[in-house]
Design a protein around this ligand. Structure first.
Ligand code: PBG
Ligand code: ZN
Length: 328
């Protein structure tokens, strides 16, 4: 056979043939939009260094979600917040029934009931005065006492009607702990999306600005994963699945495609990937400089994450993809 009989370009000749042989798709049904909450009901607070992302008061969030649903985007991940005077050592505002996040869950479910899927962030860092995801004991982030607080938080969210709780703290055994607690209280239908391999990363910068949740003193390296490691992520995967996680997640996404791929090959539950704030903001900044086409780059990045094996994509672009019909 002559070399010239192999012509891969034949399948790239025009858009129809390329569409016919394309392998990877994005669907709105697999996208999750994160939203940040603000205390003032009518707030739309810009976040410095996080373009076109706001902290939303509940009245405006209701309108946002209504628009998202109309546009075909149904999955919303909610992050609470606490003002500096509401933060304390124990992070106890995290599990107040009247807190911002439980209130938002109840309000959204009253309005949209089964037509929206709500996910809630379960973590102490927005509520602790030290900004850590767990409770601090001397110089240590204490694992087992943190579980008690996280469990209470998950329970309050479940009572408020959330569909999935998403613990992002990276404490050991929190999936099993939360699963048991939810089941004991009759919430066996509330799912857990576990942040299974959440790396200690520079890619969270704009997010920490959004929540005012940068940790004091030490960084998060004693609980979030070391980015030099891959095998360790597989251990976390085994543990989270055995503890009853309904979905597992890799975070960040774009620099961690190998981990996503490894998860997809081994996981018996759906794999989510969180394309985090700096992944989003890098595209925004380059597009603002006229260096890249925002839409095209966002879709390329998300398609790559999906091609690596992610079933579910959490991305700040979701609302814009839906509103702009970027997938059509
Ligand atoms: C904290 C949390 C972080 C993100 C989600 N939950 C940041 C952190 O660990 O400091 C990052 C999300 C993003 O950057 O978009 N539990
Ligand atoms: Zn946290």
């Amino acid at each position: 056979m002559s070399d010239s009989s192999h012509r891969p370009r034949r399948l790239r000749r025009n858009i129809l043939i390329r569409d016919m042989v394309h392998e990877t798709d994005l669907h709105l049904s697999n996208l999750v939009q994160p939203y940040f909450l603000a205390a003032d009901k009518n707030a739309k607070e810009p976040i410095s260094g996080f373009s076109a992302v706001y902290r939303w008061g509940i009245n405006l969030l209701l309108e946002k979600v209504e628009t998202d649903l109309k546009n075909g985007l149904k999955n919303i991940l909610l992050f609470g917040a606490a003002s500096p005077n509401e933060k304390n050592e124990a992070g106890s505002t995290a599990y107040e029934e009247k807190g911002l996040l439980p209130t938002a869950i109840r309000t959204l479910k009253e309005h949209f009931s089964e037509s929206v899927i709500l996910l809630s962030d379960v973590c102490l860092c927005p509520y602790t005065s030290h900004g850590h995801c767990g409770l601090v004991e001397g110089n240590e982030i204490e694992n087992d006492s943190s579980l008690v607080a996280l469990g209470q938080m998950a329970l309050v969210h479940a009572r408020s009607g959330v569909d999935l709780v998403a613990p992002s703290d990276m404490m050991d055994f929190r999936v099993g702990y939360i699963r048991d607690l939810l089941d004991e209280h009759g919430f066996d239908q509330t799912s857990i999306m576990a942040y299974t391999a959440k790396y200690s990363s520079s890619y969270y910068g704009p997010f920490r600005e959004a929540l005012g949740s940068a940790p004091q003193g030490t960084d998060r390296a004693t609980y979030q994963m070391d980015f030099r490691n891959r095998t360790e992520a597989l251990r976390e995967l085994e543990l989270d699945i055995s503890e009853g996680a309904d979905m597992v997640m890799v975070k960040p996404a774009l620099a961690y495609l190998d981990i996503i791929k490894a998860f997809k090959e081994r996981s018996s539950v759906p794999v989510a990937a969180y394309s985090v704030s700096a992944e989003y903001q890098m595209v925004k900044l380059m597009a603002a400089q006229g260096l890249v086409d925002e839409k095209k780059m966002a879709i390329e990045n998300l398609t790559a994450i999906r091609r690596a094996g992610a079933d579910i994509l959490i991305t700040y672009f979701a609302e814009f993809i839906a509103a702009g019909g970027w997938l059509k």
